[in-house]
Design a protein. Structure first.
Length: 117
């Protein structure tokens, strides 16, 4: 089965991606059938460049786009730079309309103290 997915390129902390058609069993950065575009979130997060004719050709051939590629092509994706695990959970919760999970350290510490007595 073929997948239309992102192949990571670029250097550390400055990723860029190629939109590629690859076998679903091959590794993320492994052998590809065809490169059909690119996406560079650090340069311009709203810009995606791909060959629409080749994209539709591969869809007709049965290739399945991944969730990320599907969102990029539709324009539904919003780039959020990584700012640590706490900030990432707050952003994800805000997108879903929920409050971020709060750590209840005081309750956990009280439970530890009772077992030690």
């Amino acid at each position: 089965m073929l997948k239309i997915r992102l192949k990571r390129t670029g250097r550390r902390n400055a990723p860029s991606y190629r939109i590629v058609v690859a076998d679903a069993r091959s590794p993320r950065d492994g052998k590809v059938v065809e490169e059909i575009g690119w996406y560079n979130p650090t340069e311009d997060p709203n810009r995606i460049v791909y060959d629409k004719d080749r994209f539709s050709h591969w869809l007709k051939c049965g290739a399945q786009p991944t969730e990320a590629v599907g969102k990029l092509v539709k324009g539904d994706y919003t780039y959020v730079p990584y700012a640590g695990s706490d900030a990432a959970s707050e952003v994800a919760a805000a997108e879903q309309g929920k409050e971020a999970p709060q750590a209840e350290d005081s309750e956990q510490e009280e439970g530890k103290g009772e077992g030690a007595k």
